[in-house]
Structures are given as structure tokens and as C-alpha cells.
Design a protein around this ligand. Structure first.
Ligand code: ATP
Ligand code: MG
Length: 251
């Protein structure tokens, strides 16, 4: 599905003070494209992603999926929350089953899909664990596969690998990338990590702190899987780091 973000504005009012978070955000994501959103803390990345998901409304502007306006959440869009948001009162098995149950997927099919997902995330055998019994990385992987359970066409991820250690993170980046590419999923991922953005994305959009504007929209033109040791990879990382510095400086 292609996804259009059209002239999105959002202002929060806290204690009578206006905080303009998103100003005229406008971009288009082609079907199967992988986009990363990068920007300083507080610049509005989560806000934008939740508007795309339909969890909250923009003040003006619209989100279009295949040309149709999005007004509320739907099974066509999977979402990975910044703080995983697994249900603490459900074990891993039930956390993954839940969205499929909601969608009325028959039991045998649910079971099969759950096992497939657990294998994918190297979580087999942990079905009975509750979130408080899992490590940060396990919770994060669980949140990603839960978002994939209903085979969404669009995947919205808010720092999905933020809590994973370096080695596991590279492994998961590779897995997540091949997963998304294979299923031809349209993906938007928020990240703080320049390397992760270059490794995974077709395009990287950098937002500035200053009234939530887009500071840069850069295409990464490299074959997949990407060679982290190549000169062009380093060049993209340098360029992005420079843009991010401008964003942090408040441009
Ligand atoms: N529901 C809300 N009510 C009032 N203000 C909010 C609300 N949600 C977010 N904000 C404000 O909007 C701004 C952007 O928040 P948001 O969570 O989108 O940032 P972010 O870019 O995701 O940051 P981080 O990288 O730290 O996760 C912040 O100033 C925040 O205080
Ligand atoms: Mg955020």
C-alpha cells in the first residue's frame, strides 16, 4: 500500500501554552518502501507515527492509504510502540494471539502463525513467559512479531530496536529488513540511530526540533543487503550525521 502524509499540523496545549509539534508535514511513501524518521528527542516523531496509525487526529491535513483517508486504526497497519506495550497480564503466547483473535482468525491458523512468528524472532519455548519475565530485547522482538501477526501491509515502528544490545541489534536489523522486503511491506520506522537508518532504509527523513519541519529527505541508493564497510555507506552516514547535527542545533 502506498501511504501519503499530507500537510499534517499538530499543536498541543499544555497549561495554556501552545506547543506546535508538527508544521505542514508532507511526504509520500511508495508501496514496499522502507522509510526512517530521524530527529531530536521531542521533535514529534511519535506524534506523527500515531497520527499515521489513526490513534490520534491531526489538527489539519490527512493521511491516505492507497488514496483513501485514514481516520482510525486498522489491521492493515501494524504498530510497534516505543515502550513495546506488550500486555503485562498476558504471557507471550496470548500477547501474540490477541490481535489475531481480534481479527477473527481461526484457532488452528492462529496457532500456526504464532509458532512461525516465534521461530522468526528466536523466541520459541518462551510462550509461557510474562513480559516482566522477559529481557528488554525479548520484549522488543515480541512486540515486532505481534505487529506482524495479522500480516499488515503497512508497518509503523517507533524505535523497535532501541533496547537491544549492539550484536543482537545488527542481527535483528538484518532479520527485520529481509522480513519487510520479502512481504513487500511498506514501513516507517522511527530511530535515533544513523547507522540503523542507512542500513535499513530506502529513504531517511530528518525532522527538525523547530516546529516539526522536515529538514532533509535523503534516498539511500545501495543494493541490499548493505555493505557496512563500503565507502558509499560511510558517506551516507556522514551526510546524515551532519543533517542531524543541524536538527539538534535547532535549525
Ligand atoms: N498528548 C500530549 N499532550 C501534550 N503534549 C504532548 C502530547 N504528546 C506529545 N506531546 C509533546 O509533543 C512533543 C513531541 O513529542 P513526541 O513524543 O512526538 O516526540 P518524539 O520525537 O517521539 O521524541 P522521542 O525521540 O523522545 O521519543 C513533545 O514536546 C511532547 O511533550
Ligand atoms: Mg518518540
Amino acid at each position: 500500500m502506498n501511504l501519503e502524509v499530507r500537510n499534517i499540523d499538530k499543536t498541543f496545549i499544555n497549561n495554556k501554552e501552545e506547543n506546535k509539534v508538527l508544521g505542514n508535514i508532507d511526504f509520500k511513501v511508495e508501496k514496499g518502501q522502507f522509510i526512517s524518521l530521524l530527529g531530536p528527542s521531542g521533535c514529534g516523531k511519535t506524534t506523527l507515527l500515531t497520527i499515521m496509525a489513526g490513534f490520534q487526529k491531526a489538527d489539519s491535513g490527512e493521511i491516505l492509504l492507497e488514496g483513501k483517508k485514514v481516520a482510525k486504526p486498522g489491521p492493515d497497519r501494524g504498530f510497534v510502540f516505543q515502550n513495546y506495550a506488550l500486555f503485562p497480564w498476558m504471557n507471550l503466547r496470548h500477547n501474540i494471539m490477541f490481535p489475531m483473535k481480534q481479527q477473527g482468525v481461526p484457532k488452528a491458523q492462529r496457532e500456526e502463525r504464532m509458532l512461525e512468528l516465534l521461530r522468526m524472532a528466536q523466541l520459541e519455548g518462551n510462550e509461557k513467559l510474562y513480559p516482566h519475565q522477559m529481557s528488554g530485547g525479548m520484549k522488543q522482538r515480541a512486540a515486532v512479531i505481534r505487529a506482524l501477526a495479522c500480516k499488515p501491509q503497512v508497518l509503523l515502528m517507533d524505535e523497535p530496536l532501541g533496547a537491544v544490545d549492539f550484536q543482537m541489534r545488527q542481527l535483528l536489523q538484518e532479520e527485520l529488513e529481509s522480513l519487510v522486503m520479502k512481504a513487500n511491506i511498506t514501513a516507517v520506522m522511527v530511530t535515533h540511530d544513523v547507522d540503523e537508518a542507512v542500513y535499513m532504509s530506502d529513504r531517511v527523513i530528518v525532522m527538525s526540533r523547530n516546529r516539526g519541519k522536515i529538514l532533509s529527505d535523503m534516498s539511500i541508493e545501495m543494493e541490499r543487503p548493505r555493505d557496512r564497510k563500503s565507502g558509499i555507506y560511510a558517506k551516507y552516514k556522514d551526510e546524515l550525521t551532519a543533517v542531524l547535527k543541524r536538527a539538534l542545533d535547532g535549525e
